[in-house]
Design a protein around this ligand. Structure first.
Ligand code: ATP
Ligand code: MG
Length: 573
């Protein structure tokens, strides 16, 4: 490709975005923002995305077959799985009267495809002989994310490779799950980020008692926080991290007099701590939930959040939701002022371990605008027989296994594998007939990789102060050929030959053939775009019958004789 003809130039004045990846990729001419969370891929960007997707495809072909489903789906499919209420779900319909007059239906824009593929497979599979089945696709997804951010990392339209597997038993599912996990490990290695990508345990959601596994790439712009257990060498996503709050210290161990304090409209713990002039860790956040129709008061130390996944495990209930205002009033309390003191007998109380070992702490007075201060275990309220871990882990928390604070890492989730078990097959009544003719449940797994997020994550982790530094397997071009000339001189002609020869050998070359820009600008563009090998041809290099060769990832240059160039390049790419 001749740079003079490439659509989408570099631009020094391009906008600064909230993330390095959006800023760099826009400046270098790879992407263009349509609106928040929605990006177009220009020719350079599409080359990277296509290479990433082809590497993913090669590895998925080893464990499944590719198909292509649709972006649109009828609402009924999502109704059937009870997922019409998912908070990121988008729908679409005719945009004007004329259009709606022709067809007034509205459709779901699929955010993922379990709801679509399960009935498809059910249509073709009846017997144990036809299982297992593993199918995947690479396609645009739509999610009404509250805050699209971090450039390509969190979009409202993005691309995903999604694979789904169907099995005769949980055992068969779990052995395939391991095969898929290993295929993922190889995929991220092949993408050039194997050394920065780890497997983290995450919640299995409503689907399974098991963990799901996330593939997380260490990255400052990532939204996830990983906690590393040095004892077992396991990474945990924060929602499943066993955590212990750091101890609170008290210089004098004296209990103070309990009192109710009027603090009108003060609800948030930060505001409350300031108002009461106490540290945040002395406040208590109590929330009322309803689990299988029973009210449950749940308390964590101020500064922590309740982790509903952990809470659900502790409760062992099927359902869990926040109580309504009326339900809070029904237990004699008031939203914003719920506390653990003097609750009716039928309210179950679950208290996080972060509330233990405190003196003179605050908690809601179960009365509008009032807070109780100087509460103490034993004196004001019976110390619970058991404290639990129901909080979202945060930086500084102690690993109960090592008694030391966890090392934490910021990371971006690039892939996720999930043992779904029978959630979707149950919803669609998808069963198979076993050897004895009996009807059996189909077990399912799902396995995603965010291919557009990968473009963003790799841009985030592979760059320097001058621009992008692509791993060679996904760079838009393998070679960036810079010609320094003022017209069709010798340097230009030799470059044209090199361009032709390398292209003939199947080597991808971006030839900066511009004769009207300064050499400095050409070098700056080469660095910004980030192709792995740069060749410079100029009158000066030709005096030595050579060209200059430099790797993007290194500062060293070397002179290579013209006749050795092709061979030399082949060893580099
Ligand atoms: P997250 O926790 O980041 O919101 P998720 O767990 O909801 O992601 P999955 O449903 O597991 O995402 O989707 C599979 C993969 O798709 C993710 O691992 C991620 O790489 C990618 N992905 C998910 N949401 C987005 C998004 N809004 N923009 C870009 N990529 C995304
Ligand atoms: Mg996920």
């Amino acid at each position: 490709m001749r740079y003079s003809q490439l659509f989408g130039r570099t631009s020094k004045e391009s906008k600064q975005y909230d993330s390095k990846n959006a800023t760099l990729l826009t400046k270098a001419g790879f992407i263009d923002q349509t609106m928040a969370g929605v990006y177009k891929y220009l020719p350079l960007g599409l080359r990277v995305l296509t290479k990433i997707e082809n590497i993913v495809r090669t590895h998925m072909d080893e464990i499944g077959q590719e198909l292509l489903m649709t972006a649109l789906a009828p609402k009924e499919l999502w109704e059937k799985t009870g997922r019409l209420g998912i908070d990121v779900l988008m729908e679409t319909r005719g945009a004007n009267d004329a259009s709606r007059k022709q067809n007034d239906a509205s459709y779901i824009l699929n955010p993922t495809h379990e709801d679509n593929i399960t009935p498809l497979v059910a249509q073709f599979v009846q017997s144990y002989r036809e299982l297992p089945v593993a199918l995947y696709q690479i396609q645009n997804k739509f999610r009404n994310e509250a805050r699209p951010k971090s450039g390509l990392l969190r979009g409202r339209e993005f691309r995903m490779k999604d694979l789904y597997s169907f099995h005769v038993s949980k055992d068969d599912l779990m052995s395939y799950y391991e095969v898929a996990k290993q295929a993922y490990v190889r995929t991220f290695e092949a993408l050039g980020i194997g050394d920065k990508t780890v497997i983290a345990l995450a919640s299995g959601g409503d689907f399974t008692e098991n963990f799901s596994h996330e593939f997380q790439t260490f990255c400052e712009a990532g939204e996830d926080l990983l906690f590393y257990d040095e004892k077992t060498e396991v990474y945990y996503n924060r929602e499943v991290t066993p955590s212990q709050a750091p101890a609170v210290s008290y210089p004098d161990n004296e209990m103070k007099e309990r009192a109710e304090v009027l603090g009108e409209g003060i609800i948030g713990v930060l505001e409350l701590a300031e108002f009461l002039q106490i540290p945040v860790e002395q406040t208590t956040k109590t929330m009322l939930f309803v689990a299988d129709e029973q009210p449950v008061a749940v308390a964590v130390r101020g500064g922590y959040e309740v982790d509903e996944g952990k809470l659900k495990k502790v409760l062992g209930t099927r359902t869990l939701r926040m109580a309504t205002d009326a339900e809070v009033e029904a237990i004699g309390s008031k939203v914003g002022y719920v506390g653990i003191l003097d609750l009716p007998e039928h309210v179950r109380v679950i208290i996080d371990e972060s509330c233990d070992n405190r003196l003179n702490f605050e908690c809601g007075a179960n009365r509008e605008n009032y807070h109780t201060v100087n509460v103490n275990w034993g004196r004001d309220i019976q110390k619970p027989e058991q404290f639990y871990d129901i909080k979202v882990a945060q930086e500084g928390d102690i690993n109960p296994a090592t008694k030391k604070p966890y090392p934490v890492h910021k990371a971006a989730e690039v892939g996720n594998i999930f043992p779904l078990e029978t959630k979707f097959s149950d919803a669609f009544g998808f069963t198979y007939t076993d050897e004895s003719g009996a009807s059996q449940k189909v077990y399912m797994g799902s396995y995603g990789i965010g291919t557009t997020r990968l473009v963003g994550v790799i841009a985030e982790v592979c760059n320097d102060e001058r621009g992008l530094v692509w791993p060679k397997q996904i760079a838009p071009f393998q070679v960036h050929l810079v010609t320094i000339s003022k017209g069709e001189d010798e340097a230009y002609k030799v470059s044209e030959n090199i361009y032709g020869e390398l292209s003939e050998q199947g080597i991808e070359v971006l030839w900066d053939d511009r004769i009207d820009v300064r050499a400095g600008e050409q070098f700056a563009d080469a660095d910004l775009i980030g192709n792995p090998v740069r060749i410079v041809v100029s009158q000066k290099t030709l005096e030595q019958k050579s060209v200059e060769l430099k790797l993007r990832s290194s500062e060293d240059t070397e002179m290579v004789a013209l006749e050795d160039l092709v061979d030399q390049i082949k060893t580099l790419i």
